[in-house]
Every structure is written in C-alpha cells, then in structure tokens.
Design a protein around this ligand. Sequence first.
Ligand code: ZN
Length: 331
Amino acid sequence: MEFKIFERRECPICQDRKGKVLFSTYDDRYGQPDLYSVMECQECRTCYLLEAIAPNDLPNLYEKYYGGNLALNAVTEKVMTQHFYTNPAVRVFTNRLRRSIIGVVYQSWFRFWSGDKVLDWTFRQNEQVLDVGCGGGHLAEPILACGAKWTGLDIDPRNCQAVTERGLKCICGTIDAVDLPAGSYDSIIGSQVIEHISDPRKFLMRCAQLIRPGGRVLLSTPNIESRYRRISGQNWIHWFVPYHQVLFSPHSLEMLGKQCNLRMLSYRTETPTAWALLQLNYQRPPRGEIGTWRSKGRPRWLQPDGLSLRLRLEDTLYGDGDVLIAELVKA
Ligand SMILES: [Zn+2]
C-alpha cells in the first residue's frame, strides 16, 4: 500500500463486528493504484473501507492524487453548488411543492435552466455559519446572500488561500485541530465531507461541540441506499475509494447523530442531474489510470432536460436518490 492504513474490524457507526466484504476495487478517478475492500455492516448497512487510510497520511493522499482530474473536477464543482439557492421566493415555492407533481415538473425545469441548483437549507440574518471542508468557498456566496455570516474551514492551504483572496474568512486546518470556542456557531455545514473522514463520530462530536444548543449541523453525503447503487453495482460513482471512507444510509446517519447528541430533524434524498450524467457517461479506467467522462449519444444540451425530469419523479416516488441531505439539531 502506498499510504499507511489501519484495518477496520468493526463498523464505525454501530461497532458491529460482522462486516462482510462486498468487493474489492481501486481509485477509478485519480489513478491511485492500490486495491481496497468495501465492507458492509450486516447490522446497520453502513459501508466502509476495510483498509482505512491512517488520518496522518490522509493529507499526502489528497495532495498527490485528489483533484488531479480536471474534467471530473469541473463536474464535481458544479454539483457541489446545488444545495443552495438564494432567491427566497424560489426557495419557498420549491420546498412547499416538492412533494407535488407541479413541484416536480417545476424543479426539473428550474434545474435545467439554473445548472442544477436546488435549495435545501435556509439561513437567517447574521446567523454564524461554519462551512467545514469548504474547498474553494463555492457555498459562501449564496449563504452570504441570505444575510448570514460565513466562515470557511479547509485542510488544504491552497483552498484557504483562494478563499482568503476573495476577501472571505477561512480557517486552515482540521475541525479537531483548530482552536475554536465551543458553542460559537448557529450552523455547521458539511457538504460532501463526512464520508471522507475516517472517524465520523469524532467529527460529528466536534461539530456538536461547536454549535450552540439548538444549533444545526447540515450534512449532505452519498446515500448508500440509492437506486443508482443498486443499478450500477461496483461502478457506482460514490464508492470513490479510497477517498470515501464511510458511506451512510439515512438510518445510520441518524444513529451516528444520536451518539453525538444530535437529533435528525429531517432528511431527504435526491439525485443531482450532473451526478446522474456522470454516472451514465462514466468510463471506468483500468487500475492505475485516470477516469474519463464523456457524453454519449444525444447532444449534450438535450440530455439534462429529460433526465432531470425523470430523476425528480423517481426521487419523489421512491425516495432513494443518490445524495442524502440531512438536518441535525443539537439537543
Ligand atoms: Zn453497523
């Protein structure tokens, strides 16, 4: 193994020791060549890597491989902005009508023209928001537009510098290591972050410590119970080894929340159009090579339209979308 690992003998969420190896796979996006075994907990159905990357070697893995595939990064960046939309009228309208047929059609149409933006969380005036794993700070703008105060936190100094250069506040480090006062935030966001962390309980405990009583932890993470996981099997894009260490179901995320004194107030699932396109057009490369994404068949501009409608309908009907979006509240 190129990076230091530790073998996970128990489920990181429920500690059950009867995990089963589902299959072995490799990094099919950035070309890290080692083989990893994907485990499934037979008790709570959480999936996790048997060979977890040692936390102190994680920065080396990310520095060498992650982000080194520009075509895919462009797609990811687009998807990362999807959970926020600033127009309050659109937000109310979409939230109210999400479960109705008009809402579904409207959302599909809206997504097609807005580049996949959908709203999930709202922020009050002057609310203190900490965006953990903020990357280039793509969530800052819509959150600031709500009138909230945004602070980024990222492990990668290159990201921190990029955010600071835009005149925004960004703390460099991990949430454990940085010196932040307890109870100082109203909301903590972890957008596509918790699945990358080898000790998600420690992470969520720290989040709970940093928010005030009644404060929120807003998470989005791949949904292990998604229909694309069933359809795509080992080619599901969210296995994403070795970067994704732990993959949650709504139930296992709720369970982890409870262990951290956080109550899951609500959750829903959805499949971003850009992710579905990535899944449908993804070319899995041989081991050690970088993955490619290209549009098959129909012209690109025709694809998202019908697909977006279908995804919205399926997510509404079956509730098994690719992303799990949850709001947890400190008890
Ligand atoms: Zn478990």
